[in-house]
Write a protein that binds this ligand. Structure first.
Ligand code: TYD
Length: 412
């Protein structure tokens, strides 16, 4: 649980709706739920967290919109990861916590895996494919139940889920109790190192209760008898870290990669509040600059849309108060986001076919984490003089020439 008293607040992102609460037209005039999104740092365990986490039962419902399998990039990455983990650890039985629509678990033999996904609309997808899927929240009871049924687990995988669960103690305790003695827990979550370097304050929204570092995750894991023995920087979701954990007394030795990444965290002072206070100052500047860019373009009557109805862009739009006065629409390929309205700012979301017309000359990169895929897809847009706007790592306009020069490097 978040130890509120010890946490030092360093960033206030203002009133925010739940990032996933896309609205139907008929509900636009209904009262919307807002909360204050503040971010804090705990000087005792170096953990960065949001200060008022929402109730997971309100967030992970049977209307959950994010579908991991709908992204070509993510399908490919999960496939590669599954091969890598199978080769390295040769698990007899694998458990995935937060299996979404099966993008990862589908790469495993149905008889050798178990999936846990509390959003019933997603769990049903893997259930129908014949995967043993529990549509429940991961907790002590579920862990005990699965252990009784299938025994200890050799490999537990969890991508973009552990950072979503407020009660880290129960989460890790329940993992420790089901993990076999030489079993491995692999976690992927957005990494604080990338957030600090890219000024990606939009990684903070209600679902991202924590943005981990190796330092902070080690401290949490230790309390439940687990330790990190390896890690890997990966570019998923705008920059993440893959952590490999085992039981405290397990056979795995700490790798050189873990030590060098940990040293880097000390060098960059991830354990000091001053680092986060400086970050906060950069974010206030980022907001001003982004609004200025949009105002100037609007004064010239440019047509601007947003690319990707991401949860991240919910934070940006509500923090910077970017609404229909600036953006004509948001385009997104996800069917269940289309014909809805963005949380808080009520910008219409439509399909790329309808929204990416010849009139559009600027597109804000809501899905900046997929910039490479998008730039490749939008060659025609560039050719006819179209430009992207991004706030990563600082607000600016990107045309064809810049992309060639930068070779996407600035986003990494
Ligand atoms: P995602 O990466 O899950 O970000 P977040 O976690 O902040 O929501 O979302 C990416 C969104 O962008 C998803 O809704 C699909 C959309 N998208 C497009 O519409 N077109 C594209 O070409 C790509 C790559 C993504």
């Amino acid at each position: 649980m978040i130890e509120k008293k010890k946490i030092i607040k360093f960033l206030d992102l203002g009133k925010q709706p739940l990032a996933n609460s896309f609205l139907e037209k008929k509900n636009l005039n209904n009262e919307e739920f807002f909360y204050n999104l503040s971010i804090g740092f705990n000087p005792n365990n170096f953990l960065v967290s949001i200060l008022n986490p929402a109730n997971p039962k309100k967030q992970y419902t049977n209307k959950y919109a994010h579908r991991a399998s709908q992204s070509k990039t993510m399908r490919k990455k999960f496939k590669e990861t599954s091969i890598k983990l199978k080769n390295r650890f040769k698990p007899k039985i694998t458990l995935e916590i937060g299996s979404n629509d099966g993008a990862f678990i589908k790469n495993f033999n149905k008889k050798k895996c178990v999936a846990v996904e509390p959003c019933k609309n997603l769990a049903v997808i893997t259930k129908l494919l014949g995967y043993r899927t529990y549509d429940k929240f991961w907790d002590r009871n579920l862990s005990n139940y699965i252990k009784k049924k299938y025994g200890n687990i050799n490999l537990i995988f969890s991508a973009n889920t552990i950072s979503h669960i407020p009660n880290t103690k129960e989460t890790f305790d329940s993992i420790e109790s089901i993990l076999s003695n030489d079993g491995v827990l692999v976690i992927e979550d957005p990494y604080i190192g990338n957030v600090l370097r890219l000024n990606s304050y939009d990684q903070f929204y209600d679902e991202h209760v924590y943005i981990f570092s190796i330092l902070s995750l080690s401290n949490l894991a230790k309390k439940s008898g687990l330790r990190i023995f390896d890690c890997e920087k990966i570019d998923n979701h705008g920059g993440s870290m893959r952590y490999y954990l085992c039981k405290i007394n397990s056979k795995f030795k700490e790798t050189a990669k873990l030590r060098s990444n940990l040293n880097e965290e000390y060098l960059l002072k991830f354990n000091k509040i001053s680092t986060y206070k400086k970050f906060s100052k950069r974010i206030i500047k980022s907001k001003k600059k982004l609004i200025n860019i949009l105002k100037n373009l609007k004064n010239k009557n440019e047509n601007i849309i947003s690319y990707g109805a991401t949860y991240k862009s919910t934070t940006v739009f509500n923090y910077c108060k970017i609404n229909k006065n600036y953006l004509d629409c948001i385009i997104d390929t996800t069917i269940n986001k289309q014909n809805k309205y963005s949380p808080g700012m009520h910008i219409p979301i439509i399909s790329p076919e309808k929204g990416m017309t010849n009139k559009v000359n600027y597109a804000f990169l809501g899905a900046w984490n997929f910039n490479k895929e998008i730039f490749q897809k939008e060659k025609l847009f560039f050719q006819r003089g179209g430009k992207f706007i991004t706030h990563i790592p600082y607000p600016r306009i990107i045309g064809k020439k810049k992309i060639n020069n930068e070779n996407y490097k600035l986003f990494k």
